[in-house]
Design a protein around this ligand. Structure first.
Ligand code: NDP
Ligand code: GDR
Length: 356
């Protein structure tokens, strides 16, 4: 018998990769998507199956983490063996602008799903994955960060995710649920949202290369992150739910790099060397061979409270889940730059023929 999974946030980066691997493993997959005035399912378009055909294993439902009755009805209809709660207002900087909404969707939204399982009496049947985050460590108390490192959230996003983390632990302990937190460090891919720093950089490099943009504006170049590939991390999520009991696991590469290093590598992929000159907000990155300014600082991208360094220790996941990241930092950067170069080339070609 195929297992059934329910994924919230299926239209996001991780939702798309997770849906794909679960379908490959033979699951029936139900995804929750939000109503939007424009098309928002591009990342899972390739998984769409005509519901009129037989043997369909991928289904989408409208829903929202701020709507409890909708979540209860969905869990009742789908009767999932596994729920992956990936839906969230996931942008740290945006959470400073929309703190109440972020708390509602990311914090209370998690409670709503856990309560849906409990109200329906499905505590023994349904396993639960919560998308927790390295942002919980915030102002870090220990490096590298592991499952036992104290949390110190530094944004409304991280504070909301802190509630979600602990309510997941509490439902595991109070009701014996198989509920797990994946404390995932940053993971990226060619389908990463365009406003996260990695994708913003790789898109800009591609646009500059195609002559569509002159300069890339960034904030803090010296923040360091432990960046892995989303494809590797969704496998870790699945492994957590296959354990005999729920638990909390760090997924990370164990290597940290600065935003500055990411910029340098991304430009290197198109043969450009960056030379940095100036200090603070006046610092600029120049093309070493032409002298053209390619990178400038815009203070708008600085956060009221920054997370300076995140570096994870994934030993528990190695030991207990047999999980390891596969993609190196350089391969990740190259894959993302290549994909954006290709994407711009395709749209330019389309535009050229359209207006010929
Ligand atoms: P994305 O921002 O790409 O995707 C978020 C998903 O949540 C989208 O499908 C979005 O829908 C959906 N969503 C947002 N708000 C709601 C809501 N109120 N109700 C229902 N759905 C909603 O994030 P990622 O895929 O990168 O991340 C997945 C999860 O993992 C998130 O919870 C994130 O906070 C967490 N995380 C991510 C890490 C990373 O490095 N990527 C690291 C650690 C944790 P729509 O497409 O309509 O916007
Ligand atoms: P993060 O990712 O905040 O770590 O959260 P993001 O890519 O937004 O920022 C990483 C670092 O880069 C610095 N930075 C910039 N960031 C953005 N977005 N835009 C810029 O122009 C820019 N310039 C410098 C930031 O200050 C920061 O230090 C991601 C999200 O996926 C969360 O949902 C997830 O929980 C964490 O990763 C782990």
């Amino acid at each position: 018998m195929s297992k059934t999974a329910l994924i919230t946030g299926v239209t996001g980066q991780d939702g798309a990769y997770l849906a794909e691997i679960l379908l490959d493993k033979g699951y029936i997959v139900h995804g929750v998507k939000r109503r939007s005035s424009s098309f928002n399912s591009a990342r899972v378009e390739h998984l769409y199956q005509d519901p009129h055909e037989s043997g369909v294993r991928f289904f989408m439902h409208y829903g929202d983490l701020t709507d409890a009755t909708n979540l209860i009805r969905l869990v009742q209809e789908v009767q999932p063996d596994e729920i992956y709660n990936l839906a969230a207002q996931s942008h740290v900087q945006v959470s400073f602008e929309t703190p109440e909404y972020t708390a509602n969707a990311d914090g209370i939204g998690t409670l709503r799903l856990l309560e849906a399982i409990r109200i329906l009496g499905m505590e023994e049947r349904t396993r639960f994955y919560q998308a927790s985050t390295s942002e919980l460590y915030g102002k870090v108390q220990e490096t590298p960060q592991r499952e036992t490192t104290p949390f110190y959230p530094r944004s409304p996003y991280a504070a909301a995710k802190l509630y979600a983390y602990w309510i997941t632990v509490n439902y595991r302990e109070a009701y014996g649920m198989h509920a797990s937190n994946g404390i995932l460090f940053n993971h990226e891919s060619p389908i990463r949202g365009e406003t996260f720093v990695t994708r913003k950089i790789t898109r800009a490099v591609a646009a500059i290369q195609h002559g569509l943009q002159d300069v890339l504006y960034l904030g803090n170049l010296d923040a360091k992150r432990d960046w892995g590939h989303a494809r590797d991390y969704v496998e870790g999520m699945w492994r957590m739910l296959q354990q005999p009991e729920g638990g909390d696991y760090v997924l990370a590469t164990g290597e940290a790099h600065s935003v500055r290093e990411f910029v340098e590598l991304a430009f290197a992929r198109v043969g450009k060397t960056i030379e940095w000159r100036g200090k603070g907000v006046n610092e600029k990155g120049y093309d070493a061979s032409t002298g053209a300014p390619l990178v400038r600082i815009d203070e708008r991208y600085f956060r009221p409270t920054e997370v300076d360094l995140l570096l994870g220790d994934p030993s528990k996941a190695h030991r207990e889940l047999g999980w390891r990241h596969g993609t190196t930092f350089t391969d990740l950067v190259n894959e993302m730059v290549d994909a954006d170069l290709h994407q711009f080339a395709v749209s330019l070609d389309y535009a050229k023929h359209r207006f010929d």
